[in-house]
Design a protein around this ligand. Structure first.
Ligand SMILES: Nc1ncnc2c1ncn2[C@@H]1O[C@H](COP(=O)(O)OP(=O)(O)O)[C@@H](O)[C@H]1O
Ligand SMILES: [Mg+2]
Length: 141
C-alpha cells in the first residue's frame, strides 16, 4: 500500500490556522475520510500546530498531510530550530501541546538545518481508510 500525500505552504500571519483547517478538511474529505468527529480532531490538531509555528517558530510554514490506510500524520514545519516543550497552562495559554497530545497517538519533532518539523500521528481513522494510490485505473474509451 502506498501513501497519499498533500503538501502546502501557508501565509505567515493570523489567517494561517484557518487556512490550514480548511485545507486539511478538504484534503482528508477528498480522500474519503469523512467521519465528522475524527475530522474535527484533525483540524484542531493542525490548527494548534500552525498557531505555534506562526507564533513561536516563524520563517516558512509548511504543512504535510500523509495517509497510509487508516493512519494519518499531520506535519507542520517552521524556520526555527527551537524544540516545542509543554509548559504550565496559565492565563496566556499553554494548552496547545496538551490538546495535541490528547488527540493523537504520538507527536514528535524532526530537527534539520534551518528549522524543524512537528509531526502528529492522528488516532486511526474509524473506517476503511484510504485506498492504495495507483491501484484504481480509469479506463479510457
Ligand atoms: N513551533 C514552535 N517553535 C518553537 N517553540 C514552540 C513551538 N510550538 C510550541 N513551542 C513552545 O512550546 C510552548 C508550549 O506550546 P503550547 O502548549 O502550544 O502553548 P502556547 O503556544 O500557548 O504557549 C510554547 O510556549 C513555546 O515556548
Ligand atoms: Mg500554542
Amino acid at each position: 500500500m502506498s501513501a497519499l500525500t498533500a503538501h502546502f505552504d501557508l501565509p505567515l500571519d493570523s489567517s494561517a490556522p484557518g487556512w490550514a483547517r480548511s485545507a486539511v478538511k478538504a484534503v482528508l474529505g477528498g480522500w474519503g475520510l469523512r467521519d465528522q468527529a475524527w475530522l474535527d480532531d484533525a483540524t484542531t490538531v493542525v490548527s494548534e500546530l500552525v498557531t505555534n509555528a506562526v507564533r513561536h517558530g516563524g520563517g516558512a510554514v509548511v504543512v504535510d498531510v500523509e495517509a497510509y490506510g487508516r493512519q494519518v500524520t499531520l506535519s507542520v514545519a517552521d524556520g526555527s530550530s527551537v524544540v516545542p516543550r509543554r509548559r504550565e497552562p496559565d492565563g496566556t495559554g499553554g494548552l496547545g501541546l496538551r490538546i495535541i497530545e490528547s488527540l493523537t497517538t504520538r507527536w514528535f519533532v524532526q530537527s534539520y538545518e534551518g528549522g524543524k518539523r512537528v509531526r502528529a500521528e492522528l488516532r486511526p481513522f474509524p473506517g476503511d481508510g484510504v485506498p492504495a494510490s495507483g491501484t484504481t485505473r480509469t479506463e479510457q474509451a
